[in-house]
Design a protein around this ligand. Structure first.
Ligand SMILES: Cc1ncc(COP(=O)(O)O)c(C=O)c1O
Length: 395
């Protein structure tokens, strides 16, 4: 074929591959210490607990678990998801929930359902790369909204909605990926007021809020009942139980979830029956909060080790976030540094991070980079950062 591009869908041929997924392959090299992926710590997975749920489901309902099932999700899983969203402060019934294969699929299905080519989608700048891919595949045009150390700036959001008349606004208000930033409660109220006053969709992505390392529990913006007809909340079991399970959900207006099910049928028919039944059984028989307590304590220790280590190895004049939860620290190197170049020297030295530029939809800052702190013990993190010290010194 002369030009492969002209034979492909316009957006598939132009949307870039995720740089994190590209590094993912390398991260299996046992000699490399990776701060790149947003992977929960494998050694803290409740393997026995989930294995018991799978065994139970096969024993009690084997044929059902092995059969095709509904597009919208199994009743047990929808009920469990509704209960979880309600527990997070967003009163939810099972009929307001649509089960997805991870929240990434939720973002993809919402993109397919809501976005036409050329529609504007407002995003934080930087934002989650795979969400940008999903909207990009539908031909979305991105516009950035100003953020500060407390997330999206309400006045800037209001002005951007007035100016760009976006089809949707995609936000990660709690322990944001990639910055780790969290929007405080007072600002959430201001942001909810803005959405209540405008005719645009809010897509609130919340995979990290239960990985909090302080007592402060952030309630999603979607908890405001004025937004029930215009907001979607995405949740997932990936970060709190297992990303390999691929179970997440979208909470949103029921008449739109019906349309989402067309996109789901066209994409995947349904989410795995056995995975949903096992996840639902697990949630019904496990005190997830109690399971998470030691994980949160360990992740907090790992975050502290990352912050202490970074303070020592980042060159003078660098800045970094100090997240109260989630998985990521976001750093900015001094003038003259380029993290996209340094990543190769870092890999040579035996450590990996993600350069920040691909997370931006406008004005990429080459001096930024993201470190995931949850996958490695404090000792391994220290070793990884020691390897990075000479790389940063050379600049
Ligand atoms: C902000 C954000 N949304 C969604 C996802 C996707 O999660 P899932 O495994 O549920 O598809 C991630 C994973 O890294 C994420 O960081």
């Amino acid at each position: 074929m002369d030009s492969v591009r002209s034979h492909l869908n316009e957006y598939v041929s132009t949307v870039g591959k995720s740089p994190i997924r590209a590094l993912f392959e390398l991260s299996f090299d046992p000699n490399l210490i990776s701060f790149a992926g947003g992977n929960p710590a494998s050694e803290l997975f409740d393997v026995d607990g989930l294995a018991k749920s799978f065994a139970h489901v096969m024993e009690i309902a084997g044929p059902r678990a092995m059969q095709y099932a509904s597009t919208d999700g199994e009743p047990e899983m929808r009920a469990a998801a509704a209960q979880r969203s309600t527990g997070m402060g967003v009163p939810t019934t099972a009929s307001q929930v649509f089960i997805t294969s991870g929240s990434q699929q939720g973002i993809g299905l919402l993109s397919q359902t809501l976005v036409n080519p050329g529609d504007v989608v407002l995003v934080e700048n930087p934002s989650f790369v795979s969400a940008l891919q999903a909207f990009g595949l539908q031909g979305a045009e991105f516009k950035p909204v100003d953020t500060d150390e407390a997330g999206v700036v309400p006045e800037a959001l209001d002005a951007a909605i007035r100016r760009w008349k976006p089809k949707a606004v995609y936000l990660i208000p709690t322990f944001q990926n990639p910055t780790g930033v969290t929007m405080p409660e007072s600002r959430r109220r201001a942001v909810a007021d803005i959405f209540a006053a405008h005719d645009t969709w809010l897509i609130e992505d919340d995979p990290y809020s239960e990985l909090r390392y302080t007592e402060d529990q952030q309630i999603p913006i979607c908890a405001d009942p004025r937004l029930d007809d215009r907001a979607f909340l995405l949740n997932t079991l990936s970060k709190v139980l297992s990303p390999g399970l691929r179970v997440g959900w979208v909470r949103g207006p029921e008449h739109i979830l019906e349309r989402l099910s067309v996109a789901k049928q066209a994409t995947a028919l349904q989410t795995s029956t056995i995975d949903q039944l096992a996840a639902a059984h697990y949630l019904a028989h496990t005190d997830l909060q109690a399971t998470l307590d030691p994980i949160r304590a360990e992740y907090a220790r790992r975050r502290d080790a990352m912050l202490t280590g970074l303070r020592e190895v980042l060159p003078p004049g660098s800045a970094m976030t100090e997240p109260a939860g989630g998985m990521f620290v976001w750093a900015r190197l001094p003038e003259g540094y380029d993290a996209s170049e340094l990543v190769y020297d870092a890999i040579e030295a035996g450590t990996m991070f993600v350069p920040g530029a691909p997370f931006y939809v406008a004005d990429p800052d080459p001096r930024t980079l993201r470190f995931s702190f949850v996958s490695n013990t404090p000792e391994v993190t220290r070793t990884g950062l020691e390897r990075l010290a000479p790389v940063f010194r050379r600049g």
